[in-house]
Structures are given as C-alpha cells and as structure tokens.
Write a protein that binds this ligand. Sequence first.
Ligand SMILES: [Zn+2]
Length: 187
Amino acid sequence: MKHNLHFLLLIFFLGCAGKDPGPEPRSRDEIMREMANLPALYLTKDGSNREAAGGQACFVDEASGELFWMALECKNPKCPAKVESGKSHIFIMPDPGVFVNEKGKLDFDSEMEEQALRKGGFLGCQKCIPLRQKQMLWSGRGAETQAEKNQYAKYVAPHVLPETKKREGELEKEMVARVAWEKENAP
Ligand SMILES: [Zn+2]
C-alpha cells in the first residue's frame, strides 16, 4: 500500500514538473580537465611551431629532441610590432637554465641560469626594447626603475589560439550551466 502511494506521488510530481530534466550535464572535473588540455602554441628558439596541450612551460619533442616553449604575446598597445602590423608580437622566454640532456630529457643547470641573470638585459618583449631604451634616456637615470620593469613584465601574456579562445568561452558557459544544474538538483 505504501509503495503504491509513493508511485502515485511520483506520477503527480512528474505531471506537475512538466519538463524533462534531461541527462546529467558533464561534471565540473570533466569540464576543468578539457579546459586544462585545450591546445596551445609552442615554439622553439629556431622558430619551429607546434600545437600541444596547454599549461606546460616547455616540453621536449621526443622525435626531434627539440625543446618547445609556450608561445607568449606582448599586450603593450604601444609595442612597435603591434603599431606596425596591427598584430601582437608572439615570442618565447626560455628559461636559460633549462636544456635537453644526452638522454633527450629536460634538465636544469642553475649555474647557466645565474650566469644569464647576471648578464641582465631586458626581460619581456624584445620588440619593446627601443621604447624602454628611449624611456631610460629620457629619464636620465640610465636604468629602469623596478616599476618600469614590472610594467613590461605585465605586458607578457600567454598566446591563446583562436580556436582555444572560442572553446574556452563554450566551456565557461557549460560550467555556469553545470553549477545551476547542481543547485536545482541539490538533495
Ligand atoms: Zn612588445
């Protein structure tokens, strides 16, 4: 008897709700996993390029032994490359201590890194260097302030492939829908 009552209540509830809740949307983890693995652009020092899962600073191509670095771009609206071509300059900033060893694996040499850091120079977009030199001359200091260095560091952002940008937008919407579904279906 009790069982039948439940059954009737269920029919009543479905009748009132009216709409089919549909299949369960993908979980947050699944969406996050796809987001983390969307393709990104990687470049070698020689200018070879490759698309691979995003989120890696660098990787070694097993076949060629080449070291690929995540492609970056300059967001400075006054970047000479941007002013000239209308397109952001795409480049890499390899860690000077990272290299590929005889076994074809990533390796690290802190001495090499320290040496490069001691040498100094401009970190960031190489196309922006003339602007920075002009600024140094104009200020009469002959060097950049930490704030100026930080500003140019902030202009450096990962380069996002157009199809990855589009997919990211879709996944963000999917995530919003998933969160709303969880609220609706909370026990
Ligand atoms: Zn630049």
